[in-house]
Design a protein. Structure first.
Length: 125
Protein backbone atom coordinates (compact mmCIF):
# COMPACT_ATOMS: atom_id res chain seq x y z
CA UNK A 1 0.00 0.00 0.00
CA UNK A 2 2.95 2.33 0.58
CA UNK A 3 3.68 2.80 -3.10
CA UNK A 4 0.11 4.00 -3.63
CA UNK A 5 -0.09 6.36 -0.62
CA UNK A 6 3.32 7.93 -1.08
CA UNK A 7 2.40 10.17 -4.01
CA UNK A 8 -0.99 11.31 -2.74
CA UNK A 9 -1.63 14.82 -1.44
CA UNK A 10 -4.01 14.28 1.49
CA UNK A 11 -3.58 17.69 3.12
CA UNK A 12 -6.42 19.40 1.22
CA UNK A 13 -8.71 16.43 1.85
CA UNK A 14 -7.79 16.49 5.53
CA UNK A 15 -8.72 20.20 5.78
CA UNK A 16 -12.08 19.52 4.12
CA UNK A 17 -12.80 16.66 6.54
CA UNK A 18 -11.87 18.82 9.57
CA UNK A 19 -14.15 21.66 8.38
CA UNK A 20 -17.01 19.21 7.78
CA UNK A 21 -16.68 17.63 11.24
CA UNK A 22 -16.26 20.93 13.07
CA UNK A 23 -19.41 22.00 14.95
CA UNK A 24 -18.69 25.68 14.35
CA UNK A 25 -17.55 26.18 10.79
CA UNK A 26 -15.15 28.99 10.11
CA UNK A 27 -17.08 32.03 8.98
CA UNK A 28 -14.87 35.07 8.59
CA UNK A 29 -17.70 37.42 7.67
CA UNK A 30 -19.66 36.57 10.83
CA UNK A 31 -16.52 36.89 12.93
CA UNK A 32 -15.84 40.36 11.51
CA UNK A 33 -19.42 41.42 12.16
CA UNK A 34 -19.16 40.12 15.71
CA UNK A 35 -15.95 42.07 16.30
CA UNK A 36 -17.62 45.18 14.90
CA UNK A 37 -20.60 44.72 17.21
CA UNK A 38 -18.33 44.18 20.21
CA UNK A 39 -16.49 47.40 19.38
CA UNK A 40 -19.78 49.29 19.06
CA UNK A 41 -21.03 47.93 22.37
CA UNK A 42 -17.81 48.98 24.13
CA UNK A 43 -18.11 52.45 22.60
CA UNK A 44 -21.75 52.78 23.72
CA UNK A 45 -20.82 51.58 27.21
CA UNK A 46 -18.18 54.30 27.42
CA UNK A 47 -20.58 56.97 26.18
CA UNK A 48 -23.28 55.71 28.54
CA UNK A 49 -20.90 55.91 31.50
CA UNK A 50 -19.92 59.47 30.55
CA UNK A 51 -23.58 60.50 30.23
CA UNK A 52 -24.43 58.82 33.52
CA UNK A 53 -21.63 60.72 35.24
CA UNK A 54 -22.83 64.01 33.73
CA UNK A 55 -26.42 63.25 34.77
CA UNK A 56 -25.34 62.50 38.34
CA UNK A 57 -23.39 65.75 38.53
CA UNK A 58 -26.33 67.71 37.09
CA UNK A 59 -28.70 66.11 39.60
CA UNK A 60 -26.42 67.08 42.48
CA UNK A 61 -26.13 70.64 41.16
CA UNK A 62 -29.90 70.84 40.66
CA UNK A 63 -30.51 69.56 44.19
CA UNK A 64 -28.15 72.20 45.63
CA UNK A 65 -29.83 74.90 43.58
CA UNK A 66 -33.28 73.72 44.63
CA UNK A 67 -32.30 73.71 48.30
CA UNK A 68 -30.81 77.18 48.08
CA UNK A 69 -33.88 78.57 46.25
CA UNK A 70 -36.25 76.93 48.74
CA UNK A 71 -34.16 78.31 51.58
CA UNK A 72 -34.27 81.81 50.10
CA UNK A 73 -37.98 81.55 49.46
CA UNK A 74 -38.87 80.40 52.96
CA UNK A 75 -36.53 82.82 54.71
CA UNK A 76 -38.27 85.76 53.01
CA UNK A 77 -41.74 84.55 54.06
CA UNK A 78 -42.99 85.48 57.53
CA UNK A 79 -45.90 83.47 58.87
CA UNK A 80 -48.81 83.91 58.93
CA UNK A 81 -48.90 85.37 55.46
CA UNK A 82 -51.42 85.93 52.69
CA UNK A 83 -50.66 84.57 49.23
CA UNK A 84 -52.50 86.04 46.29
CA UNK A 85 -53.19 83.72 43.38
CA UNK A 86 -54.21 84.73 39.86
CA UNK A 87 -55.32 82.56 36.93
CA UNK A 88 -56.89 83.26 33.56
CA UNK A 89 -60.27 81.58 33.17
CA UNK A 90 -60.31 80.45 29.54
CA UNK A 91 -64.09 80.11 29.45
CA UNK A 92 -64.84 83.64 30.58
CA UNK A 93 -61.58 85.23 29.44
CA UNK A 94 -61.27 86.99 32.82
CA UNK A 95 -58.57 86.79 35.46
CA UNK A 96 -59.57 84.98 38.65
CA UNK A 97 -57.94 86.23 41.84
CA UNK A 98 -58.10 84.79 45.32
CA UNK A 99 -56.08 85.00 48.52
CA UNK A 100 -54.95 82.14 50.75
CA UNK A 101 -53.79 82.55 54.34
CA UNK A 102 -50.73 80.44 55.11
CA UNK A 103 -49.55 79.74 58.66
CA UNK A 104 -46.61 77.32 58.22
CA UNK A 105 -44.02 76.40 55.59
CA UNK A 106 -45.78 73.05 55.14
CA UNK A 107 -49.06 74.81 54.35
CA UNK A 108 -47.23 77.01 51.87
CA UNK A 109 -45.77 73.96 50.10
CA UNK A 110 -49.19 72.26 50.01
CA UNK A 111 -50.87 75.41 48.70
CA UNK A 112 -48.21 75.80 45.99
CA UNK A 113 -48.76 72.19 44.91
CA UNK A 114 -52.52 72.69 44.74
CA UNK A 115 -52.04 75.83 42.68
CA UNK A 116 -49.67 74.11 40.25
CA UNK A 117 -52.10 71.19 39.86
CA UNK A 118 -54.86 73.68 39.08
CA UNK A 119 -52.64 75.41 36.51
CA UNK A 120 -51.86 72.06 34.89
CA UNK A 121 -55.53 71.04 34.80
CA UNK A 122 -56.46 74.34 33.17
CA UNK A 123 -53.72 73.86 30.58
CA UNK A 124 -55.07 70.43 29.65
CA UNK A 125 -58.59 71.67 28.95
Amino acid sequence: MLPYLRNLDLESDFVKIIEALNLFPKNTQAAEQLRGLETAVKQFEGENMALRTRTDLLQKDFQKLKESVEGMYLTNVHFPTAVERTLLNKKTGKMEKWTETINTPEELETADKRFMERVLRMGQK
